[in-house]
Write a protein of this length. Sequence first.
Length: 130
Amino acid sequence: MLSLGRNRVPVEIRTLMMVDSLEMTQADRVSIAKNVVKAKEDKIIITHGTDAMVKTAQLLAREVKDKTIVLVGAMIPYKFGSSDGLFNFGAALAFSQTLPTGVYIAMNGQYFTHDNCRKNTKTGYFETLR
């Protein structure tokens, strides 16, 4: 994905788990938070399934301070040619560099704060709550 987008930003990649977000447990989310706290980087992007992304973002906001964290996913899986994943990842990369400390979700060309968004399963977009 990074090479397809012609990325020039230095990136450290770590794979913690490959879990469908519908099957993600609270223990999985805690593991993500612990790894984020341990990371030396202060700007972190987490690729995540969209079904449980908000739950993970909320836990990260409670557990992690002094880092900019952006969760990103795709409504259309990346393995399909028409996925929104590459676009969303590019947006997340930009948001991680420009947003202040906090936890965000990057989807559909927008960023959302962890406490003011939801996945609208009818429209297929993320949206603000208020």
